[in-house]
Write a protein that binds this ligand. Structure first.
Ligand code: DC
Length: 349
């Protein structure tokens, strides 16, 4: 009964706005934000503190075996990075630590360890994974891949602003030089180099604000079901299953009577709705539901309907509810919209 939510990957060079965008997309989808750069930074800090010679693979392996990294959410939608119990969030967010992270990230032992950790975190799906190799190496099967880019000058300007906001000194030319060098090193290394996955959507954010980028990405995810079968190289059957699995995953569903966000939709047919709920759902209760439809497809923007919950969210895994509703259609138009969805995307099989 448990649904596996999709993984969204956002790769790109330093300073392209990945962290901001990934956090926003994760918040919109109610997914977990996975900051893999922070993990490389944490390893960088650990080996630097221990004075490990990076060429000494025995010492490096020993150090890696003792490193415990935790990523905890904090109240600002940000991530607290914990290294062996110590909060190192501030210590790793410096340009110098970015360079150290870049150096350790080229080492096979380090990549092996972090890739395994990242796959573990992603194994249940429902994450927005940010980094350099998320779409190419760590989660090659992710259904939604983005590569976020911006011009080096714009990225240096943003990084300077960020540092100054935090009260840190920032020299534009120095930052620009560092960005260019780090991207060169990250993209030229042999192991998991920085590059867009073949199936990633490339977004240049040089002239786009974060809101526009997030809206674009969410729209692309909503459109993923319209992927051309041939272009995608899938057999018809497989493609239908793909569309079925990934259809409008990100739509939010509200209790229309109270305005509470119940969760997000994972499947809809003219008979029923399945959603991953955030709020507790009571069994056999009639809910008036409301959801925002994907732009571009429908004249209607909102779909309202009544649905009876088939089981209680407490019956299943408490932090990963999968809730079913049987829909009663009072509104013919609403039913027709769903019938249109079903017909158009073929998930009535
Ligand atoms: O995103 P960031 O600036 O925090 O990343 C720091 C460094 O870590 C970056 O220069 C390269 C490395 N990195 C990586 O090699 N692979 C990732 N998935 C994430 C970061």
């Amino acid at each position: 009964m448990a649904v596996k939510l999709p993984i969204v990957t956002i790769d790109g060079p330093s300073g392209a706005g990945k962290s901001t965008i990934s956090r926003m997309v994760a918040a919109r989808l109610h997914f977990t934000y996975l900051d893999t750069g922070a993990m490389y930074r944490a390893v960088g800090l650990a080996v630097e503190r221990q004075g490990i010679d990076l060429a000494d693979s025995v010492a490096l392996k020993r150090a890696l075996d003792t490193i415990r990294i935790e990523l905890l959410p904090n109240e600002h939608d940000d991530v607290r990075v914990i290294l062996n119990g110590e909060d190192i969030s501030a210590a790793i967010r410096t340009p110098a630590m970015g360079m150290v992270a870049s150096r350790v990230s080229a080492l096979p032992l380090v990549r092996e360890k972090l890739t395994e950790l990242q796959r573990g975190i992603g194994s249940r799906g429902g994450i927005v994974a940010e980094g350099r190799d998320m779409g190419t190496v760590v989660f090659p099967d992710a259904p939604f891949k983005f590569y976020l880019d911006a011009s080096p000058a714009e990225r240096a300007r943003r990084r300077c602003d960020q540092l100054r906001q935090k009260g840190q000194a920032a020299d534009y030319q120095e930052i620009l030089d560092q960005i260019v060098k780090r991207d060169y090193d990250d993209s030229k290394r042999t192991l998991a180099p920085l590059k867009p996955a073949a199936d990633a959507i490339i977004v240049d954010s040089s002239a786009m604000g974060p809101e526009a980028v997030v809206a674009f990405m969410l729209r692309q995810m909503g459109k993923a079901q319209a992927l051309d079968t041939e272009e995608n190289g899938m057999a018809e059957e497989e493609s239908r299953a793909f569309k079925r699995r990934h259809l409008i995953y990100y739509l939010e569903v509200y209790d229309d009577a109270t305005g509470t966000l119940l969760g997000h939709l994972v499947d809809i047919t003219t008979e029923g709705v399945k959603l991953v709920s955030k709020a507790p759902i009571e069994k056999n209760r009639v809910y008036r539901l409301r959801m925002q439809l994907p732009e571009d497809y429908f004249d209607e923007k909102v779909l309202r309907f009544e649905a009876t919950s088939l089981w209680s969210s407490n019956d299943v895994n408490p932090d990963f509810y999968d809730t079913g509703f049987r829909v009663t259609w009072k509104d013919k138009r609403a039913k027709n919209i769903v019938a249109g969805l079903v017909g158009q995307f073929g998930f009535n099989d």
